[in-house]
Structure formats: C-alpha cells, structure tokens
Design a protein around this ligand. Structure first.
Ligand code: SF4
Length: 366
C-alpha cells in the first residue's frame, strides 16, 4: 500500500491587492484566466504522468481561486481527476473570497467533487476589513458561506486575522462570534505579519499596529474563546470542530509529500523539495528550483511542533530509526518548567503561550 500525497494548485489572481499581502498574486483579465487555466491543465497532465501515488487531498489556493469562476474551476478539478488517481474520500478544498465567491455555482462545484470551502474574511468588522484593503463586506462573507452550505458543503472554514490596526479584544470576539454564527466547522486565525515590500510595511509607523504584548493578548484570548465555542486548537493558527481539521494542511505538518503547481508553489516529492519561481513566465517555461532534500529530523521536529498533538517520540523513532536525542528531552523539560511546553514520556508540544515564542524555542532546539 503506497502513501497518499497532496496536490496544491496556486491561482495567482485577485480582484485587488490587499495592503498587507506579499503572496504571488495580481489582478488578471478574463483572457489571463483562460491562458492560465490552459497552462495549469498542461502542467497537471505532466505531473500526473510522474506521480503514481494516490492523491489524498487537493487544495486550490491563491491568490483568489474564486475569480476564475465556476466553469474554469470545475475544468481544473476534472483535469486533476483525469490525470491523477484521486482517493474516493479525498479532501478537495476551494479557497474563495466573498467578493467573487458569492457568484459561484456551488451546486456545480460540489457535483464536480469539491467538498470543502475556505472563505477569506479576516474580520467581521467593516472598519478592519477596510484597513486591510479588502473589498468585501462581512455580510458577503456570511452569504458565501451560507450559499456553500446550502449546496451540501458541510465542511466550511473562515479565515480571521489578529493584530489588525485598531482591533480590540472585543472586536475580535465579535469576529469569532460571527464565524460561529455562520456555522463553519473550521476557523483559521493568523497573527498579521508585516511583510517587506507591502504598503503596510511602508506605512507601518502610521498604522496604529498593536505591539507584541497586545498581539499576544489577542492570540491567547482567541485560543481560549475559540476552544470554549467548540473550535479546538489543533495547530498554532488553526481551530476546528472534532473531525474537521484540514487534512491537506495537516499533511504538510506531518512532513508528508505533496506536489505544488503554479508560480511560487512549493513541492516536497520523492524526498526532494523544489519550487516554481515567483514569475508567471518561469512557471510557463516549467522552471523549477531545487531546494535540496527534505524531511530530515530537524524539519520533522519543527513541523510536528506546529501541531497541538506535538511531537510523538515513537513516531520520530520509527521514522529516523534512532531514539529522540537526550539533549532535546532536557531542553524540552526546561521549557515545560517555564509553562511554554508540555511533555510526558510519549510526546512534547507547545502550550498556547509557547506558540507565541515558538520560533525562538525552535532555534534553541534544532
Ligand atoms: S485576497 Fe488574499 S492573496 Fe489576494 S491580495 Fe488579498 S490577501 Fe493576498
């Protein structure tokens, strides 16, 4: 029995660029969408001939996949199913943004095989959405979720952001309540990062950004409040009702293999990491850059510790054929005493407080 892999398709188009975003995406025309859909279909065919493993999850992300419209999205999933051996129970996610997602034909998408919809909202407070430079209302996000649910998408997710300028604990609580009232099964909640080269970066002094302590307070509040509403934290930034954890993303954190197709898409396949450049032309020319071998013990530890289940020592030992290093056990004990990690004889994981400083701890561990 072979292990299954994940498949990620990057859709590098958005209606408008958000002020904080450094993903590879830009505004496109209908003609651009047609050309890109054809290009992606060709690449799918190419990769389908290389990959013999069953595909356990497919994820169309971006950018904003919903800008392509129902017909192109269904055509892409049909191409995936023609070229790969997709598991009968595969998780097939479509990322949508409210401004374009609300016009999709979710019945057709569901019939073609999509079974999970992730809606990018970031906040349910109109003022915060505007500050982020996004072009939808919270009502459009709720409408999009309802429309997907009415088309038999039981597995829906909403994205939130923490640390938005002028955001308060109370406004974050309102956003979380809004998501819960929409009846989504899954909520992602990320701390805003100010990336170089974005308008947010240029204007960072003027933005009224929360400082680190305020950010930490928002994060710890969200973890606690989401848990109380039945969305258990399962990863540093992800929360779900039981059984609705994202299988595709969990594959990344378990150091599983996947093929990413699209400009700036990353892959880990047959033990090698590689990626397409951040350029449409380079993608069309099939230019791949090798990132070396992947899945070594350091990477494994780093990824596993993103998950709340953490690092299971027996899994580590089985994978690498050697005991978990004694020095690391000692260091983990030290952080456990500080309330930043938890550890027993079987596993180790970060506490919510530990997640906030996980980069520094990981730098010490590995
Ligand atoms: S919609 Fe998403 S990918 Fe597009 S610009 Fe905004 S944050 Fe970036």
């Amino acid at each position: 029995m072979s292990h299954s892999i994940g498949l990620y398709l990057h859709i590098p188009f958005c209606r408008r660029k958000c002020a904080y975003c450094d993903f590879f995406s830009g505004v496109g025309t209908q003609a651009d969408f047609d050309v890109y859909t054809r290009e992606l279909t060709e690449k799918l065919h190419y990769w389908g001939q290389q990959a013999w493993e069953p595909v356990g999850s497919v994820y169309l992300g971006g950018g904003t996949p919903s800008v392509l419209g129902t017909k192109r999205l269904c055509a892409l999933l049909d191409a995936v199913k023609n070229d790969f051996s997709v598991d009968k129970n595969a998780e097939i996610t479509l990322e949508v943004n409210p401004e374009s997602g609300k016009a999709l034909d979710f019945d057709a998408l569901r019939q073609t095989g999509f079974n999970r919809v992730s809606v990018g909202m970031q906040s349910a407070i109109a003022r915060e959405i505007n500050i982020l430079g996004r072009i939808h209302t919270p009502e459009e996000a709720a409408y999009t979720v309802k429309k997907a649910q009415a088309a038999d998408f039981d597995n829906t997710s909403l994205d939130l952001m923490m640390g938005i300028p002028l955001q308060t604990k109370d406004s974050l609580r309102q956003s979380i309540n809004f998501c819960a009232d929409c009846g989504v099964r899954h909520i992602s909640s990320y701390i805003l990062k100010i990336e170089e080269g974005t308008p947010f970066y240029s204007n960072r002094e003027l933005l009224n950004l929360p400082d680190e302590d305020e950010q930490a307070e928002l994060y710890l509040f969200a973890v606690d409040y989401l848990n109380r509403l039945g969305y258990a934290q399962y990863e540093i930034s992800n929360f779900a009702q039981p059984g609705f954890e994202s299988r595709h993303n969990t594959l990344y954190w378990h150091c599983g293999e996947y093929i990413g197709i699209g400009p700036a898409a990353y892959s880990f396949y047959h033990g090698k990491r590689f990626h397409y450049a951040r350029s449409m032309q380079a993608f069309c020319d099939n230019l791949l850059t090798a990132d070396g071998s992947g899945g070594d013990s350091e990477e494994y530890i780093m990824l596993a510790l993103r998950l709340c289940e953490g690092l299971v020592f027996a899994d580590y030992e089985q994978r690498f054929g050697q005991p978990f290093p004694a020095l690391l056990h000692k260091k983990i004990e030290k952080y456990a005493k500080l309330g930043l990690m938890e550890a027993d004889g079987q596993h180790a994981c970060f506490t919510p407080k530990g997640f906030l400083v996980s980069n520094a701890i990981l730098a010490d561990l590995i």
